[in-house]
Design a protein around this ligand. Structure first.
Ligand SMILES: [Zn+2]
Length: 211
């Protein structure tokens, strides 16, 4: 960030696919603020309870204490007046309210650092992150490494049979994939495979009965 004069706040957004190190980058910035004796508050959605009840935990095991919230708008009620830096992880799960909340905090003079997925398992823009990018002062787009071929990866590949927008999981359920290796229809294909397998025993039984 360039020199900021007076009591002005701003919004920094960290986006990228899973396994790109977004949480690590968020934690690094928040730790640095804490070393600088700045008052920090950290929030994350209640939906992301993998590994820990509270505390942002990245895949590499870095942890920093955080408060759990259900929606983005709750942040405004929970941020203390003297807080200088607000960190938010997994913002894609916090709904449209997060955009106004972040803007309001920045207007109040706070530095807001937000991390989240910018695209979903189909490769589509993951609201509200695109709107957050539009109103932010600074954007960091991180890439992962494609787990198929080793090229830079922008996509989060879902490996399990579900077409729900939100399926929280980690290693084994998702992979980072590059543009070339990304298979947006894979989740749908897995559902069809499962359906076929479910009906296969019935067919066998029907055949056995007819002979
Ligand atoms: Zn690849």
């Amino acid at each position: 960030m360039d020199i900021v004069k007076g009591n002005m706040g701003w919004i920094e957004v960290i986006v990228g696919p899973m396994f790109s190190g977004k949480s690590e980058e968020l934690i690094r910035r928040l730790r640095r603020a804490e070393y600088g004796k700045q008052r920090v508050q950290i929030f994350k959605p209640v939906i992301d309870q993998r590994y820990a009840k509270s505390g942002i935990v990245s895949h590499s095991g870095l942890e920093i204490p955080s408060e759990l919230i259900g929606a983005g708008s709750e942040i405004l009620e929970r941020v203390a007046a003297r807080t200088e830096v607000v960190g938010i992880d997994e913002a894609q799960f916090l709904g449209e309210g997060i955009v106004d909340a972040c803007s309001r905090l920045a207007e109040l003079g706070k530095r807001v650092i937000v991390a989240g997925l910018d695209t979903d398992f189909m490769g589509r823009p993951f609201e509200p992150m695109p709107r957050l990018l539009a109103v932010s002062e600074e954007i960091t787009k991180l890439l992962a490494i494609c787990m198929r071929c080793g090229n830079p990866a922008v996509h989060t590949q879902r490996l399990v049979a579900s077409e729900e927008l939100i399926v929280v999981g980690a290693t084994g359920m998702y992979e980072a994939r590059c543009r070339r290796c990304f298979e947006p229809q894979l989740a749908h294909q897995k559902i069809e495979e499962e359906n076929k397998q479910a009906t296969a025993p019935n067919l066998l039984r029907a055949r056995a009965g007819s002979s």
